[in-house]
Design a protein around this ligand. Sequence first.
Ligand SMILES: *[C@@H]1O[C@H](CO)[C@@H](O)[C@H](O)[C@H]1NC(C)=O
Ligand SMILES: *[C@@H]1O[C@H](CO)[C@@H](O)[C@H](O)[C@H]1NC(C)=O
Ligand SMILES: *[C@@H]1O[C@H](CO)[C@@H](O)[C@H](O)[C@H]1NC(C)=O
Length: 251
Amino acid sequence: MEFRLNLPPRILLLHLTLLSVTKWSESARVFTIMNSCDQTIWPAITPGENFRGGGFKLKPGHSLVFKAPVGWSGRIWGRTGCKFNKTGTGSCETGSCGSKLKCSASGKQPASVAEFTLAALDFYDVSLVDGFNLPMKVTPVNGTGNCTVVSCVADLRRRCPAELSVKSKGKVISCRSACDVFDSDEYCCRGVYGNPTTCRPTHYSKIFKKACPTVYSYAYDDPTSIFTCSGSDYVISFCSFKKKQVLNVTR
Ligand SMILES: *[C@@H]1O[C@H](CO)[C@@H](O)[C@H](O)[C@H]1NC(C)=O
Ligand SMILES: *[C@@H]1O[C@H](CO)[C@@H](O)[C@H](O)[C@H]1NC(C)=O
Ligand SMILES: *[C@@H]1O[C@H](CO)[C@@H](O)[C@H](O)[C@H]1NC(C)=O
């Protein structure tokens, strides 16, 4: 950028200040990913170039900080019960993206997912459209505007209808979406149900919505589930939110 120095100094200074503020707020956003679960999780992020290649291991109580550029639009979810070898190949009980530690494709159902589109005005949401595997919360920090905290704090593994439950060793490890289980146009918002007028909440999506009122519970759940904030950083935390949480970030 080139500056012409024929402006009065005061105005030039104002210009420089505005430019640097704009540049600072538009260059990158800070994403803090926290594991508040009592088990190790393997967060996954797509696209993941700015997030350790799209996946990493995160022990209980640990957090990692990343920067994502404005223009980034992606998904963040958690994986559980993973085993990866030294080359990052393996599998997970829930949320896996094929056999890789570093995800380049979307995860396999079911998984609770946070979705972001970073722009002049950010859009973000937490979605259970693909089912539920871990409680999660998105907290905007340092932003301006509505900036609502979105969470699914309730552990839907405990309230999952039997026909949607995925079990391992007798324990429910995730809750599938009705679309995934029954594959019908009504549950999947396809065919004649493929628009916001005909695709209505169902018995199953209502169970998700009741437990977590601010999440996407079916494909056209937009009016109550999409949130905006400007120039914000985000904290994405997994699991227990009952204890008062101290944001103890290691940089
Ligand atoms: C990791 O696992 C993959 C798939 O099973 C295998 O092809 C690869 O050789 C393994 N690498 C190591 C270092 O064990
Ligand atoms: C803030 O959110 C509420 C409800 O989500 C909405 O009605 C309102 O228009 C929003 N305000 C702004 C400034 O975006
Ligand atoms: C909020 O902004 C301040 C000042 O730039 C920064 O130090 C802090 O890390 C930000 N908080 C988060 C959670 O990103």
